[in-house]
Structure formats: C-alpha cells, structure tokens
Design a protein around this ligand. Sequence first.
Ligand code: NAD
Ligand code: UGA
Length: 464
Amino acid sequence: MKIKNICCIGAGYVGGPTMAVIAQKCPEINVTVVDINENRIAAWNDEDVNNIPIYEPGLSEIVAEARDRNLFFSTDVDEAIDKADMIFISVNTPTKTYGIGKGMAADLKFIELCARQIARVAKSDKIVVEKSTLPVRTAQALKNILENTGNGVNFQILSNPEFLAEGTAVDDLLNPDRVLIGGDIDSTEGKEAVSSLVEIYANWIPKERILTTNVWSSELSKLTANAFLAQRVSSINAMSELCEKTGADVNEVAKAVGMDSRIGSKFLKSSVGFGGSCFQKDILNLVYISKSLGLNEVADYWEQVILMNDHQKRRFAANIVKTLFNTVSGKKIGVLGWAFKKDTNDTRESAAIYVTDYLLNEQAEITVYDPKVKAEQVYADLDYLNSRPEEENRKRVKVVNSPYEAGDKAHAVAVLTEWDEFVELNWDDIYKNMLKPAFLFDGRRLLDRKEKEKIGFEFYAIGN
Ligand code: NAD
Ligand code: UGA
C-alpha cells in the first residue's frame, strides 16, 4: 500500500524533526504533526522559522522548505487521524511518578490515550506505528484497545523506534546507522504494512540499512541500545574516579581501550554524568520489566549503570565543596552550561541540575550561563526537584547572558556542558575577575589543563 497521508501524534524532540525529514524526503506524502500543546504547535507554525520550539542544527532549514508544502502542524488531532493512512505515535513516555512501578516503570497513559483516540476516530484501515520508546510487548496492549472498537476498521501495528540523538538529530535522521521496523511478519497484512514503511524510508536510506524484525525484538532493541550506550558512559566514568586516584588520565585510557576494534572509540567520553530524557528512564524501565519477570540478577546488573551515574554527579559536586576548603556557604559559583549536552536546548535530567541542587544545599550562590537555555527553564528544573521553596531558587540562582558575568567575582567556575564556545572564551579575563584562588572545575574534559594552570587557575578535571 502506498502511503499518502501521515499523521504524527506528538510534536516534540522526536515527532518534530522525524516528520520534518520524512516530509522533506517524500514530497508526495502529506505529513501532519499534531499535539495537544497549543503553544508548541504555534511555535512550530511561527512565521520566523528560527522560533520553532526545538533547537537542532539544520532543522529550521528543513522546516522552512517543507512547511505548508506537505508538512503541517496542527492541534486538530481528530482530523489528522481521520485523514491518515499511517499514524506515528510519538508522545512522551516518562517514568511513572505514582502508583505501581513509581520511579521505575514507563508511564504509558499518553500512549493509551492516543490508542483510544485513534480507535474512536478511525473510519478506515490504518497502520499505527510506535515511534515512542516503549516497554517490550506494548504493541499487544495497543492491539487490544484498537481491535475492540467493533467498528470494522483493521489496524496493523508496527514498532519503529527512533535512534536519533539530540544535537545531531538532523544528521542522524538523514544518515542513520540503521532504521528498525518491527511488524507481524507472519501475516500477509503485517508484511504489507512493514513494506509500506520500508518504502517511505527507502526514499533516502539504502535498503540494506533498513532492518525488519518481529515486533517484540524491535521494541526490546530500543531499550537495549540505550542501556548499552549508557553502560559505556558509566563504565568510563567509573574508571575516571580510579584515574584520579592513580595518576592515570581517563582520556588516555579511553583512547587506548577504544582503539581495540572490538570495543570501539565512541561513547567513551568521561563526564560529570549522563543526562537527557531517555537513558535513565529507559534503563529504569528495563530494570522494572526484568524485576516484574522475576529476573532479579538482570535487573541488578542494569540498575548499577544508574547508581554509578548518580555517584558521578554527586562526587563532582562534593569535590567542589571539598576543594573550596570544605564550605561553599555564601560563595559564588559560576555554572557554565545547563543543557544535558551541547547543541541542544534540552535540559531534561541534565547533570547541571543535580550539581547545582547539591551546591544550593551547601548554601552556595549560583550564577548560570547557557547559550541556548532560558532562565525560566533553569528555575523550572530546580523547582521540579522540590528541594527548597521556589522563591529561594530565584534568590540564590542568577541566570545571566554572558559567561564572563557568570565568572565575575566567583570563587569557582564549573563547566557542565561541553559547548564549543567555552573552549574559545577569554579565560585570562575570566581569571582576572574571579576571587583568588580561582578554582576551575571541568566536568567535560573540555579545557586544556596546562593552559589554564599557566593562567593561574586551580584546575580540576574529571578523570585527570
Ligand atoms: P516530548 O515530550 O518532547 O514530546 C512529546 C509530545 O507529545 C509533547 O509535546 C506532548 O504535548 C505530546 N502529547 C502527549 N500526549 C498527547 C496526546 N494524547 N495527543 C497529542 N499530543 C500528545 O518527547 P520526545 O523527547 O519527543 O520523546 C517522545 C518519545 O520518543 C519518548 O518515548 C522518548 O523516549 C522517545 N525518544 C526520544 C528521543 C529524544 O532524543 N528526545 C530519541 C529517541 C526516542
Ligand atoms: C541518546 C542515544 O544516543 C540515542 O541513540 C537515543 O535515540 C536517545 O538517547 C533516546 O532514546 O532518547 P541523547 O540522549 O539525545 O541520545 O544524547 P547522547 O549523545 O546519547 O548523550 C546522552 C548523555 O550522555 C549526555 O548527557 C552526554 O553528554 C552523555 N555522554 C555521551 C557522555 O557523558 N559521554 C559520552 O561518551 C557520550
């Protein structure tokens, strides 16, 4: 079946960029991205394409090319479902904050609402595609909801997890290592559904990179990929602590180890801890699924990746306190970087939030600079932790528009996101305006130790 109309429910970090690229590469398909968040849709439709709600290198150009040609953003979810032959579900699947599985299981309420809405609205046969990251066997639940409407509509359910990383979303979508499509490959209808999605991607992706599997393998591969990636970061971060105690340098160790082609060099960059909306959520979900199936050893194995990450964030913050003569009370600390990695304005689960919270508990005064994150986001992130009254967060945390202001009269500066511009700063100027001794903490191994020590900084870097 040739797809003519696509609807994507969820205009977030995944739905927006993914659909923009499909629309760009398949001009004959109409793509409508819908969301219940009116502000988000208004921003996607903003006349000035630089105001779209997600910052990703190259994304605004693609949106400018396809928007209002065959790419549309709307809040009319029913209409888009009704028109579509294929519906992607790309809504958020956060960790549950209540009830059974609280703090671990994925909250599937948004997914279920989508399924019920599709079931209610659909009058013609549809292919429903799981784009969100979901626990293995979610497709079964979707099937149960969709197939019990009694309206005679046939649904095929596919799993097509997304592997893009933020900051490189457009590149990842244009040139992915692989695209994974899971479907009911034992039935003719299932096979047809799979091949109609394969045909869409084949417009720009070589067929040998489009992988088809059964639905459960596809769902589980997504959780597995994130668990493996995060595990590498926690592994190298564990080594960073050992390096600091022994005179080894974690960058040298990572290089030496990564040159073994069986290990590979990627995802071995030691840091103040991984952040982002997915690694922690997906591993917790994996731990929960394993526990629910009675696989306690499997659960414990993966949980350790999270425990190590929590330890890394905490020990970085604790080291600041220790180095500043065991107290940061009333001291000004400049935080450079709030996003969870460079080239994104996303701050979800960013290490900066936790390091700052720790330092605030030690009564520090914090000044934050990030080139892409707005002040209200910084406050929202801190308020969400509920560690102190909201007024206190506003009183003790200042968000500024220049890195130099963040360092002005500070006792210490901490680099928490690896923005390129931090390498190029005039560090002599920053040093001059700081209190002495001027402490510099590099949570990203971004800065050159020798250069900074020559300027006069007391320098600390992860794993060195
Ligand atoms: P997001 O929060 O940025 O976007 C989700 C959007 O869905 C929100 O705008 C929300 O308003 C909307 N929504 C929720 N329920 C809805 C409903 N019933 N009807 C219409 N709209 C609804 O989330 P995201 O980062 O895009 O992630 C979406 C999924 O993709 C998650 O499962 C995530 O794990 C997965 N994923 C994310 C990334 C990433 O880099 N962020 C990468 C791969 C996979
Ligand atoms: C990650 C995966 O890389 C994507 O494949 C996946 O689709 C996505 O999660 C998801 O499911 O949401 P993302 O979180 O956007 O993508 O970014 P990453 O580049 O993976 O970085 C995650 C965190 O790990 C960041 O805080 C980053 O700074 C940190 N990291 C990464 C390190 O500390 N060291 C590294 O070597 C790599």
